[in-house]
Each structure stands twice: as structure tokens, then as C-alpha cells.
Write a new protein. Structure first.
Length: 231
């Protein structure tokens, strides 16, 4: 009986530890974050906000990966401490209890002048790590696109599931999606897809890892991107 009690008590402790690990100390909204602007604007921020949802201060490191950028576009990150130079790809900061701050990526169109400027687009992937608990990580995808000649881009909120996945993914609210590119985090295009009637796409042949899937409209313009975890 005593052995059973200790076994149950130990199992309870394991459950509590597992739950503590699942509950992240911070949240970022929105995720993904998109910005669609005119091609004659130099600075177009994709806004985000990070919030400490734990009872203690949390130390966070961010790492920026520029997954895809047209040649005229560069980026920089603003965290709760400061807005960093374009060449800075990682920094860390402390988020106090019950506090929040910006977690924004600025996209700079270096060909915005003369008007109407040059079209541009880009995808940035941010990895956020809780330095007090390295298993507590979060990723955020930021997307930038300029307006097309017809002065609009789809405002579609495409949903992807299951995610994580092993063999395939399916899309919902994908009526504006005509084609897709699947990027590795080092910027390589590892797969391309054309929209299908059943909105289901096979990726079983790809290695396990994290990818970014971009959605393009009928004119080939990027209008959203999401992270895809392949197991």
C-alpha cells in the first residue's frame, strides 16, 4: 500500500512538471503578423506584442531569420527594450511581471522613391526562447507585401491543420490561395504547390523540421505566411 502511495505521488509530480513545461511564460500576438502597404513607403512595420503571463520576470532571447526578401527589402527588429539596427539578428531582454512590450519587425523598401516605388515582399521568422527555461520557446512569422497594380491584396485568414504534421496538411478559408512555396528556415524553396480542389497537400517525403509556407494570389503576390512543423 505504501509503495502504491509513493508511485501515485511520484506520477502526480511528473504531471505537474509536464504541465509547467507546457505552459509558456509569455505570449505573442498576433501570430502570424502581416503588413500590406504601398510601394512608395520606406518603413512598413509588421506589429507584434509580447506579454509576460507568468508570476515572475522572464528573460527572453530573440533570433531573427530572414526566410525570404526581394532584393530591395531589408529588415530590423524592435523588442521591448529598443529598435535595433538592421544588422542585428539576435538580442535578449527581460520582461517584468505583468508587463508587455512590442515585438515588431520593420520592413524597409529601399526602392520606395521615386513614386510609385518598387514592389517588394518578405518573410521573417523570429524564434523566442525563455532563457530561464530553454524548453519554453515560441516562433512568430512576419510577412510584408506591397499593394498590387489593382491596389489590393487578399485579406484572407488562411488556416492550416494539422500542425505539427507528418505526411500532409489541409487548408481552410483558402479561396484566395492559388499557389504556395514551402521554405526551409535557411531560405531554400523545398516544395511548390498549386491550389487543389480538396485543399490537401502531401509533404511526407520531406525531412522533419520547421518550415515556412507562403500563400500567393492569382497574380503571384505573397500575402501571408505561416510556420509548418513537420515531424
Amino acid at each position: 500500500m505504501k509503495n502504491l502511495f509513493f508511485t501515485l505521488f511520484f506520477a502526480f509530480l511528473l504531471v505537474q512538471v509536464a504541465q509547467a513545461q507546457i505552459q509558456s511564460a509569455f505570449e505573442v500576438h498576433p501570430n502570424p503578423s502581416d503588413t500590406i502597404t504601398a510601394s512608395d513607403l520606406y518603413d512598413s512595420p509588421a506589429h507584434g506584442e509580447i506579454m509576460n503571463v507568468s508570476p515572475n520576470p522572464v528573460n527572453i532571447r530573440w533570433e531573427r531569420t530572414e526566410v525570404f526578401l526581394t532584393p530591395n527589402v531589408t529588415t530590423a527588429v524592435c523588442d521591448p527594450v529598443t529598435c535595433w539596427f538592421q544588422g542585428v539578428s539576435t538580442k535578449q531582454f527581460q520582461l517584468l511581471k505583468d508587463s508587455m512590450g512590442q515585438m515588431t519587425v520593420h520592413f524597409y523598401n529601399n526602392a520606395y522613391d521615386p513614386a510609385p516605388g518598387q514592389a517588394g515582399s518578405g518573410i521573417v521568422h523570429l524564434k523566442l526562447t525563455n532563457l530561464d527555461n530553454l524548453s519554453d520557446t515560441m516562433t512568430v512569422v512576419y510577412t510584408y507585401s506591397t499593394l498590387t497594380a489593382t491596389n489590393n491584396l487578399p485579406d484572407s485568414k488562411v488556416k492550416l491543420f494539422p500542425n505539427p504534421t507528418t505526411d500532409y496538411f489541409t487548408l481552410e478559408d483558402a479561396h484566395d490561395v492559388v499557389s504556395m512555396r514551402l521554405f526551409s528556415l535557411d531560405g531554400r524553396i523545398v516544395a511548390r504547390f498549386d491550389a487543389s480542389a480538396d485543399n490537401t497537400y502531401q509533404i511526407g517525403h520531406l525531412p522533419a523540421g520547421n518550415y515556412v509556407l507562403s500563400f500567393e494570389d492569382k497574380n503571384g503576390n505573397l500575402f501571408r505566411a505561416v510556420e509548418l512543423n513537420k515531424r
